[in-house]
Write a protein that binds this ligand. Sequence first.
Ligand code: CU
Length: 343
Amino acid sequence: MKLLILIGLVLLIIAVHQLMRVVELSREFKKTKEWEVTDSDNSFNGKAMLLAGFGLILFLFWQGNRWNDNALPGAASVHGLKIDTLWDINVYIITFVFVVTNAFLFYYAYKYAGKKGYKATFLAHDNRLEMAWTIAPAVVLAGIIIFGLKYWNEITDRSTDPNSITVELYAKQFDWTARYPGKDKVLGSTDYRQIDGGNSVGLDTLDATGHDDILIKNEFHLPVNKEVVFKMRSRDVIHSAYMPHFRAQMNCVPGMVTEFKFTPNKTTAEMRKDPYVIQLMAGINEARAKKGEEPIEFDYQLFCNKICGASHYNMGMIIVVESEKDYNAWLAKQKAIRTIAAK
Ligand SMILES: [Cu+2]
């Protein structure tokens, strides 16, 4: 059987080889050689270029429209609105430049397609042209950067509202712990050498300000319209605290405390009533139903946005934004560390 297949294969190769020779010999009878480009080839390629360019631009807008309703909902924080503005302006500029340059690129490939007897102009250098394509992008980029820096300085301004609340996000492979400062409103100091089973975030047990601190797992709450100052720490590798709905992300770096503050301006309940969020969740639940999974409700999320190890995907917490009254009631129910750690 194997021998038969082998003989069959060899015969096939010989047959293909003979066929190629016939094709080659028949070429001899044609007036043009196969390596010669004819005017009709060029004209066909020019038209194909025009069609491809047109198709590319149509594809861009179709895809934008196709996936647009899967994007994140509008920002749910005060500074997030500025990030969204910055994003929109960038996308408008990029889209405009993309469409204009590609339209010209493909149109000229069609217009100046090769013709017998025509020769392209050879342009060695042109100062005015060099100036134009250096200065135009420089001005646009400078505008984007200045605008972006202005917003970034406002967003990362270190001065904090005296009424703000402080929350620590402690990252380790592979989960988060949120720490609230408790009644004294001061987070206790930490010491990595004191990390053990009963002291997972390494609180300095000699520092009394830490004795009323509250450790939260899985789901933490924030009051709406109040500034929240986040202090981030990591036990092991670089993690990144990513809260996309609030347009916030900051690395958590071992050995240092990083900071980011924002003011949530929509409660979880308000977001669940937002028409865009309702259609977004309907799409998500439709996809979940196909996989036989339970429907879910909208929730703000904290993710880790650094590939920090095997269970990186598992690092998440739900964030509940609610009225200050509800927030205070929730916080009052949480137990201070002493009652957990000191047995
Ligand atoms: Cu991580």
